[in-house]
Design a protein around this ligand. Structure first.
Ligand code: FES
Ligand code: FES
Length: 215
């Protein structure tokens, strides 16, 4: 009688069985792969022609329809000012202004903006002629590494416009009155723009100065 510790099959037998099974599976694999291969037409990449008006200049593009607005700007129009941080809508580094509203360009397909007006950091100002917010960020040290800065500034431009138009935020106490530029309003509205360098207090100072009120 076999003891509980006596193997019913030797290790050598087990290896032989295993090798034979692997060989059988691999010999049938090509046939399975052939069956699963998609047809040429099904695998064709869908493309679309579109026009993006970026910083006042029209660009005709022919893109894979899956191209994000961020990749269209960076990889196709070579506007590298808009940054790719997370590529998942979490950091705000890719913020641009699309038809007057700030959006995360990594979460938006380029084809959704056919004929639209896009403003990137390159369209706000130049080193010789900076936008007031760009100048304020420099003045108040609103950045350290600078990676988040284009998104911060594009977002801040749109935030000031939102407040001017009376658009409420999650911290607006009364939705029927025009929101004021309080520190809470500013922090809430800018909360989608992450700064790993922690330049937040200087960013608030810069935006507040341009808004013309102190918190
Ligand atoms: S890169 Fe778009 S939100 Fe981070
Ligand atoms: S300045 Fe470095 S991430 Fe904001």
């Amino acid at each position: 009688m076999d003891s509980p510790t006596t193997p019913l099959i030797s290790r050598r037998d087990a290896l032989i069985v295993g090798a034979a099974t692997a060989a059988a599976v691999s010999s049938s694999a090509p046939a399975m792969a052939t069956q699963a291969a998609p047809s040429a037409s099904a695998s064709a990449i869908p493309r679309a022609k579109l026009t993006l008006n970026v910083n006042g200049q029209a660009h005709s593009l022919d893109l894979d329809t899956r191209t994000t607005l961020l990749d269209a700007l960076r990889e196709h129009l070579h506007l590298g000012g808009t940054k790719k941080g997370c590529d998942h809508g979490q950091c705000g580094a890719c913020t641009v202004i699309a038809d007057g509203r700030r959006i995360n360009a990594c979460l938006s397909l380029a084809v959704m903006h056919d004929g639209g007006q896009i403003t990137t950091i390159e369209g706000l100002g130049t080193p010789q002629n900076m936008h007031p917010l760009q100048a304020a960020f420099v003045k108040h040290d609103g950045y350290q590494c600078g990676y988040c800065t284009p998104g911060q500034i594009c977002s801040a431009v749109a935030v000031l416009d939102e407040i001017k138009r009376g658009v409420p935020s999650h911290v607006s106490a009364d939705l029927t009155v025009r929101p004021l530029l309080s520190a809470d309003e500013l922090r809430e509205r800018m909360s989608g723009n992450i700064c790993r360098c922690g330049a937040y207090s200087n960013i608030v100072d810069a935006i507040t100065e341009v808004a013309g009120s102190r918190t």
